[in-house]
Design a protein around this ligand. Structure first.
Ligand code: NAP
Length: 484
């Protein structure tokens, strides 16, 4: 199948850090359809050869195992082209139309890896230049707006040029192998379904933690914050994957209908909940592992009086027969104690104890998303015999390490998603009504914070955030996984 992949923002950070390495991996794995062109677009005046050299040099920053050999790059480079185009200049789009007409590829992908304030204009101009043909697919990167109104505005503008089935809204968490395995575990096996409900699960915790600060993205982050950057999209998509009902089939809309139902059944915020069930924090400077790190307000590009949150912990509930009364805790932040993303599904205690065991439940399913991905099922097994009390149970876990099990056959998140776009599979992409429902749910938090003079709570770099996060979960009688 011939394809043209037009990468708007082809010289940007996302293009060279994520998209090009993912495209190269697909090329190396032989899964990228033959006969394709990857056309980088930006305002620089580069020839194809200069663009190839630029991309080649960027691969020096990619981890060794994913770096092409010189021969591999030479073959991959044959796919790479460059087009100088200023997206704000309507006249420039004619050059793109001309380039695409040269070969009439069966599929044309327009990947908008540029600032979102260009999205509306780009879509209008693509339509005005006749570049929104039925074989065209449009990929939109996050963030799609900064609130419900701006999200709707972008979605409406995009839909004036493209139909929903042509629009691929990326949430790269959905492309992560562990998330796809979560779907496979829940809907490909009968084992978990009977216990996947309020009668057996006491609480679910979603943690997306970064140990780094905002690095060079201070100016962007200061306008965004953790709630918009991580909760509204990635964390809520994970929550949907955990809480959704089994879809009637594996088609995109069947899956997205079920996710939408979860978002719509998230309990609405009351003033009490906003006060007690949401914690926002901002990292202070300090010594982490023997190194002094700046506080958030000292980071380049950040307002020294900034009230932007770099940490959020919240408690959500889903109003449904399956989940009523089960808290879903979400926690995400920067400069935390570790770089890791995981989901912990805590099961209820055994109803009647015949063994002597420490209090609490020892049954939990841990889904690791980062840095490695895999599943661990924690339980109690018979350990050593105690002379006085007979058998003593010891905590053990079954460990499924997907990296070890599937090794080099594994497909990374962006690789998976790019291949899906080219193939026209929408399963792992977010529909506009899902996005709107997510924004509708987080907006009261944003409004509450805007009117709350207290601002974010400071937390020491290298910790798990403000102590209020532990206090929030402790009020329910639970604790974050690293605390129990
Ligand atoms: P970036 O490094 O600033 O790159 C922006 C790209 O857009 C550059 O290639 C730039 O090239 C091009 N561009 C800007 N204005 C243009 C115009 N008027 N006409 C043509 N090209 C133009 O940004 P980024 O970090 O790659 O982010 C791109 C998008 O992805 C943003 O929406 C961002 O929020 C999103 N995103 C990024 C990441 C990430 O890890 N970086 C992760 C998730 C989402 P010229 O200036 O040379 O024209």
């Amino acid at each position: 199948m011939s394809f043209d992949l037009v990468l708007f923002g082809g010289t940007g950070d996302l293009a060279w850090r994520k998209l090009m390495p993912a495209l190269f991996q697909a090329f190396r794995h032989g899964t990228l359809p033959a006969g394709g062109r990857i056309i980088g677009v930006a305002r620089d005046d580069l020839s194809d050869a200069q663009y190839r050299d630029l991309i080649r040099s960027r691969f020096d920053d990619v981890e060794l195992a994913k770096r092409p050999t010189p021969e591999e790059f030479d073959r991959f480079a044959g796919l790479l082209h460059f087009l100088r185009l200023d997206l704000s200049q309507p006249a420039d789009y004619g050059r793109l139309a001309h380039m695409l007409r040269e070969r009439h590829a069966e599929t044309v992908v327009m990947y908008l890896a540029t600032a979102p304030d260009l999205f509306t204009r780009v879509c209008q101009q693509l339509a005005a230049s006749g570049l929104n043909r039925p074989n065209t697919r449009l990929v939109l990167e996050k963030p799609l707006g900064h609130d419900l109104a701006s999200n709707r505005e972008i979605n409406e503008a995009v839909r004036r040029a493209f139909s929903e089935r042509q629009i691929f809204r990326i949430d790269h968490y959905l492309g992560k192998p562990a998330v796809q395995n979560l779907f496979a575990m829940r809907f490909g096996n009968a084992l978990f379904e009977p216990v996947w409900r309020r009668e057996h699960i006491s609480n679910i915790q979603i943690t997306i933690a970064e140990d780094l600060g905002v690095e060079k993205r201070g100016a962007f982050y200061d306008k965004t914050g953790a709630l918009r950057d991580m909760v509204q999209n990635h964390a809520l998509q994970l929550l949907c994957a955990l809480a959704m009902e089994p879809p009637i089939n594996a088609h995109a809309d069947a899956i997205r209908d079920e996710k939408l139902k979860v978002l719509r059944s998230l309990q609405r915020w009351t003033p009490m909940m906003l006060d007690q069930h949401v914690v926002r924090g901002q990292y202070a400077g300090g010594n982490v592992g023997g190194r002094e790190v700046p506080g958030y307000r000292e980071e380049p590009g950040v307002n020294p009086d900034s009230r932007t949150e770099t940490f959020v912990a919240l408690r959500a509930e889903i109003s449904s027969w399956r989940w009523a009364g089960v808290p879903f805790y979400i926690r995400t932040g920067k400069r935390l104690a570790a770089r890791e993303a995981h989901i912990v599904v805590n099961f209820r205690e055994a109803p009647h104890a015949i063994y002597e065991t420490p209090p609490g439940s020892w049954n939990r399913l841990v889904i690791n998303l980062q840095p490695r991905d895999g599943l661990q099922l924690h339980m109690l097994a018979q350990g050593q015999e105690s002379r006085r009390n007979g058998p003593v149970l010891a905590p053990v876990h079954l460990d499924l390490d997907f990296d070890k099990r599937f090794g080099s056959e594994r497909v990374g998140a962006y690789e998976r998603l790019l291949l899906d776009v080219i193939a026209g599979r929408l399963n792992l992409f977010v529909r506009s009504d899902e996005q709107e429902a997510a924004w509708r749910w987080v907006e009261p938090i944003m409004e509450h914070w805007a009117g709350d003079a207290r601002g974010p709570r400071p937390y020491a770099a290298g910790t798990w955030g403000p102590s209020a996060s532990s206090a929030m979960i402790a009020r329910d009688g639970f604790c974050w996984s690293e605390e129990c």
